[in-house]
Design a protein around this ligand. Structure first.
Ligand SMILES: [Cu+2]
Length: 107
């Protein structure tokens, strides 16, 4: 009985570990190096985020996160709150206006 349990656990554990880590790629608007810092900071501030990388040319934010601790929506909300349009959603005018002038990416 005990052996069966151990065998079962050793079979399930790698699956459980693999399932916890997810990677998403989000469209995030921005301009400059400061934007990169701000966007990644906003994403990294979410508990459960392992790493974030914003590609300035492609305007893509790649986030690796633990899906037992956070969700894509929470990451998107945090980036929106920092003033950046993310995943097809618009940041509020208020958070956008708070950006430094060099970071204003809207026309
Ligand atoms: Cu900027």
């Amino acid at each position: 009985m005990r052996r069966t349990f151990v065998v079962l656990l050793s079979l399930l554990l790698p699956v459980a570990l693999w399932a916890a880590e997810q990677t998403v790629v989000l469209d995030v608007n921005g301009n400059c190096r400061m934007c990169k810092k701000r966007i990644e900071k906003a994403s990294n501030a979410v508990e459960g985020v392992i790493e974030s990388d914003w590609d300035r040319k492609e305007h893509k934010l790649t986030v690796k996160f633990d899906d037992t601790k956070t969700t894509k929506d929470k990451i998107v909300s945090s980036v929106l709150a920092a003033g950046y349009d993310a995943d097809g959603k618009k940041a509020t005018d208020e958070s956008y206006e708070a950006l430094p002038d060099c970071c204003k990416y809207r026309d």
